[in-house]
Write a protein that binds this ligand. Structure first.
Ligand code: AGP
Length: 369
């Protein structure tokens, strides 16, 4: 282990820091002059992706959160209706199948029993356009799907999924662009812009990783708390969900995530000075709305930890801690914003002394129901 871990204390930390390379490997196909083609998803892709009318994403846990982010992209850019379901729920409910659906299953391991069963269920319902986004090439889920995209995160050992998630997002960004292009909805200038942003992603993530010392200080402050609330809006709501999952999974601090607009419909009642509230607050079109949600929290004494960027104009004050993200990143901003949340949960777990790589009660790959 010592050899493999090198300078890192845990696999989770190593895997968080491998993200720039994992992203570069996953995006190698568009490096240099490469462009978006359906063939990225397998030889039958032009036939199976052409004419897709809607998208259904099925996955569990962190992979499900990747699907939730992709829904924002697929609807906004490819203009296709997209729904995202927890695999274990989808397989057991009566749903209405639509033959024009592209079924996308997302899984790091490719062996998650519920996701595999959901894929089989979708096929049995008559949906034959299936795509697996997976980190393990010869896995059961990849073998079951008609199309595949293999993320190149490399082996992920830590139970908490990190580099698999960001590479899944990279794959889903490529899928979104391919679907948009096939549907004639991707003007050349837009494609060029998205590709430039994707190619820059590894460098952008590297800059975020440099925030580790500050995040470590934040983690010291709230490792002693019993509960935490994560807030986001729009495409950053699933990132808040992922941040909460990471925190509870490895530090055993109870964490919940809310779309910030939902605060006043219930969870605001939980907020007091013992409740740290972590907000994902890039300068996007929802920022002003989010700011008023944050004021509601502050007015109830909640301590705010805000991930902002230069344009966010949220300032440090008593009970308001700000960490400035190095870049504003548009559509791909969720990929950058999940990284400090991974680091935050990692360092909170370190302070608490939990078994970071093998948290209690959990398995890396859930091959039973
Ligand atoms: C994430 O940190 C978890 N350990 C878990 O939610 C995981 O993402 C889930 O079990 C799905 O696994 P998969 O991606 O291998 O299918």
């Amino acid at each position: 282990d010592a050899v493999e871990l090198g300078q890192y204390r845990h696999y989770m930390q190593k895997e968080i820091f491998e993200q720039p390379q994992a992203l570069a490997n996953t995006l190698e196909i568009i490096a240099g002059g490469g462009s978006v083609t359906p063939q990225l998803f397998g030889t039958r892709a032009p036939e199976l992706l052409g004419g897709v009318e809607r998208v259904l994403v099925l996955a569990c846990g962190t992979s499900y959160h990747a699907g939730l982010v992709a829904r924002y992209w697929i609807e906004a850019i490819a203009k296709l209706p997209c729904s995202v379901e927890i695999a274990s729920e989808y397989r057991y409910r009566e749903s209405v199948a639509h033959p024009g659906t592209l079924v996308v299953v997302i899984s790091q391991s490719g062996e998650t029993a519920d996701t595999l069963a959901a894929l089989k269920h979708a096929k049995a319902q008559g949906m034959q356009r299936t795509l697996a986004i997976c980190n393990v090439p010869e896995s059961a889920i990849v073998r079951e799907a008609a199309l595949r995209f293999i993320t190149r995160a490399g082996p992920e050992i830590g139970v908490a999924s990190t580099k698999a998630f960001t590479t899944q997002l990279a794959a889903l960004a490529l899928l979104t662009l391919s679907l948009a292009k096939l549907a004639g909805r991707l003007p050349e200038a837009d494609e060029a812009r998205y590709l430039t942003a994707l190619r820059h992603l590894p460098v952008a993530v590297k800059k975020v990783l440099e925030l580790e010392p500050e995040i470590e200080r934040w983690a010291q402050r709230f490792a002693g708390k019993q509960h935490a609330l994560f807030l986001g809006r729009g495409q950053h709501w699933p990132i808040a969900m992922e941040g909460a999952l990471k925190l509870k999974e490895i530090s055993y601090i109870h964490a919940e995530a809310y779309a910030a607009g939902e605060l006043k419909h219930g969870p605001l009642a939980l907020v007091d000075k013992e409740m740290p509230v972590i907000a994902v607050a890039p300068a996007d079109e929802l920022l002003e709305k989010l700011k008023s949600n944050l004021q509601e929290v502050r007015a109830r004494g909640g301590e705010l930890y805000v991930f902002a960027d230069a344009g966010s104009e949220i300032h440090e004050s008593e009970g308001v801690h700000i960490l400035h993200m190095p870049e504003h990143y548009g559509m791909l901003s969720p990929v950058l914003h999940v990284v400090p949340l991974q680091l935050l949960s990692y360092h909170a777990a370190l302070v608490k002394g939990t078994d970071v790589d093998k948290p209690r009660n959990l398995a890396k790959s859930v091959t039973v129901e």
